[in-house]
Design a protein around this ligand. Structure first.
Ligand code: F6R
Length: 601
């Protein structure tokens, strides 16, 4: 899940291009970074830690027309300068995103061939193999094609060679890579933000393809080294959209974008004045069972989807963690649909599950943010959320847009199965249309007082029942990942089976109560923790709100229909997480040990 960039062109500001590109890819990994650039030789500069450490050491007066760069999220070997990319072996310098799974075996053979290794990385082994093949073939393209037969795993690579100062090479399998074209040259990058400052024109490179790029020409080859014609694509998002736009953090910017995102997601789907949704939302009522497969927050949106599809669409849904689903025995029938949810569309485990499902001939539907990503391309059908570029590692707007689409899918099934009366359907459509302004009002409430009360705590609990438990799970993940406070979420009724022993005087418990059918039960559970000294922060919908003594702080959210309610309940939890992390001085957009796009198992 690292970020790679490269440039070749008439402009000799390569160093600036590489560092700027890496800056916009830092969300993919940030434990070390490096560049390699061509002058009369290949020069390599690497630094441990964030990109600013590298930036400080770059001599921008140095002119070069060709270079590659990398920002790393450690997989093999600790974050260190030695393990940072680019790696150089013989005449080859390489940046790599992905994992070469058979690197140990390759390493032993290469050591016998006389190669010495200085890092713990799989990438250095790949570099040596390319060098070895190049020495045998005397042709880089042939060497790369041979290596593709040998490499097992995933890779997007940028390669330069001492003997060939006029070309940049790249190859790809199962890791994202684009080649972009500007007026004075070509860029390679893991992701579009890296190139947006210079161009919005790019080519998508597919698995097992190899790019050979000169300053004014690009040729893409397939594995047999036959030329492949590609269409130039245009990315229609401007750079400003990928920048902070005046907010202190991307996370805050993205939280504040949610009203617009939800408007963009909902508007094309709702037919004005009609009791149905437009064809943008597929009708899944023919399926007998649905599996939802995802990781992290995307998994939590799946739980929201399950609650709504089961309750109103009456189709059994199982929500599965991709890293588990990937290896377990799964039971399908001819009427099973598997839904894959992913912001990046590149999450390795989710992608592997999609391939597993496709091998069985089972229908697949993907809910994705990043256009043209691997999952989006491989699924039978893909629905794009309209969240735009999400840079903060902790997802907010993509989570909400995914939940919104799932809510519309559940609504569509319920309408098609005639499970809802017309009056209720009209009410739901009206409230869906009001969602953007309701979300905006909720974002703009003041959560600082609550944040001040909890930011020094070591443990915080989140509880809820039914769909509120799904919200509790996402609230706990949001807070723990950016504030590093230990947060746990529980089904409210489960606490007394063990975990309630953790509650002591002043332990914060955040309780979510929006489901009318379950409210009295959850409130009983809240009273149980209150009786044991907990400080209760209650998030409750307006219709259930009464003055009482079982909470310490209260956030009242508008009460709307069940399809819209979970899209509101999460908002205070996102902002509280942000405010708490701010008070604790955390690196909000780049929490430790994490990366935005998890393209390794
Ligand atoms: C948490 C978060 C992660 C992602 C997870 C899946 O804030 O962002 O838990 O939800 O890594 O990523 P995608 O959605 O790209 O598959």
């Amino acid at each position: 899940m690292c970020g790679i960039v490269g440039y070749i062109g008439k402009n000799d500001n390569t160093l600036e291009f590489l560092i700027n590109g890496l800056k916009s890819l830092e969300y993919r990994g940030y434990d070390s970074a490096g560049i390699a650039y061509m002058t009369d030789k290949i020069n390599i500069l690497k630094k441990q830690g964030k990109l600013e450490n590298l930036d400080k050491c770059v001599n921008y007066k140095q002119k070069s027309n060709l270079g590659i760069g990398h920002t790393r999220w450690a997989t093999h070997g600790a974050p260190s300068e030695n393990n940072a990319h680019p790696h150089m072996q013989g005449k080859i310098a390489l940046v790599h995103n992905g994992i070469i799974e058979n690197y140990e075996k390759l390493k032993q053979k290469l050591i016998k061939d006389g190669y010495k290794f200085y890092s713990e990385t799989d990438t250095e082994i790949a570099t040596a193999l390319i060098d070895k093949m190049y020495n045998q073939e005397k042709d880089i393209l042939k060497a790369l094609s041979k290596c593709q037969d040998i490499f097992e795993g995933s890779y997007a690579m940028g390669i330069i060679c001492t003997d060939d100062p006029n070309h940049l090479y790249c190859l790809k399998k199962d890791s994202p890579l684009i080649i972009a074209k500007s007026t004075d040259g070509y860029f390679i990058a893991s992701d579009v933000p890296a190139i947006l400052k210079y161009t919005n024109k790019y080519y998508l490179i597919e698995n097992n393809e190899i790019g050979k790029i000169s300053k004014d020409n690009l040729t893409i080859y397939n594995h047999d080294l036959k030329e492949v014609k590609k269409e130039l694509q245009t990315f229609d998002l401007d750079l400003e959209n990928a920048m902070k736009n005046g907010y202190d953090h991307f996370m805050l910017k993205e939280i504040n974008e949610q009203p617009f995102v939800i408007e963009d997601t909902i508007a094309p789907c709702i037919k004005d004045g009609k009791q149905s949704l437009r064809k943008e939302i597929p009708d899944l009522s023919k399926y007998e069972q649905i599996h939802i497969v995802a990781c992290g927050s995307a998994y939590h949106t799946g739980l929201v989807g399950k609650a709504l599809i089961e309750e109103f669409g009456e189709i059994p849904v199982s929500v599965e963690i991709a890293s588990e689903y990937r290896y377990k025995k799964v039971f399908y029938n001819a009427k099973t649909l598997v839904i894959f949810i992913s912001q990046s569309g590149e999450t390795a485990d989710t992608l592997a599950c999609l391939r597993k499902v496709k091998e069985q001939g089972i229908d697949s539907l993907a809910i994705i943010n990043v256009v043209g990503s691997s999952i989006a391309r491989e699924a039978d059908k893909t629905l794009y959320i309209k969240a735009g570029c999400e840079i903060a590692v902790a997802t907010t707007k993509a989570y909400l847009a995914q939940s919104t689409l799932l809510s519309l899918i559940a609504l569509n099934i319920a309408i098609n199965k005639k499970k809802l009366d017309n009056v209720l359907v009209s009410k739901i459509f009206d409230e869906m249309k009001k969602l953007p302004s309701l979300i905006k009002d909720l974002i703009n409430q003041d959560y600082k007082k609550i944040a001040k009360k909890i930011y020094k705590k070591e443990h915080i609990f989140f509880i809820g029942r039914g769909i509120d438990e799904a919200i509790a799970k996402e609230g706990a993940l949001k807070l723990k990942e950016i504030s590093y406070i230990h947060c746990e979420s529980y089904a409210a009724g489960e606490l007394k089976h063990g975990s309630i022993s953790l509650i002591e005087k002043d332990t914060p418990v955040i309780a979510i109560v929006t489901d009318e059918k379950l409210a009295s039960k959850t409130i009983s559970n809240i009273k149980e923790v209150k009786a044991r000294g907990a400080k209760v922060i209650l998030i409750i919908s307006e219709n259930l709100n009464t003055e009482s003594d079982y909470y310490d702080e209260k956030i009242v959210i508008p009460s709307v229909n069940p399809f819209t309610q979970p899209l509101l309940s999460i908002i205070p939890l996102q902002v509280i997480a942000y405010e708490v992390a701010l008070l604790r001085g955390c690196d909000i957009d780049k929490p430790r040990n994490l990366a935005k796009s998890v393209t390794v198992e």
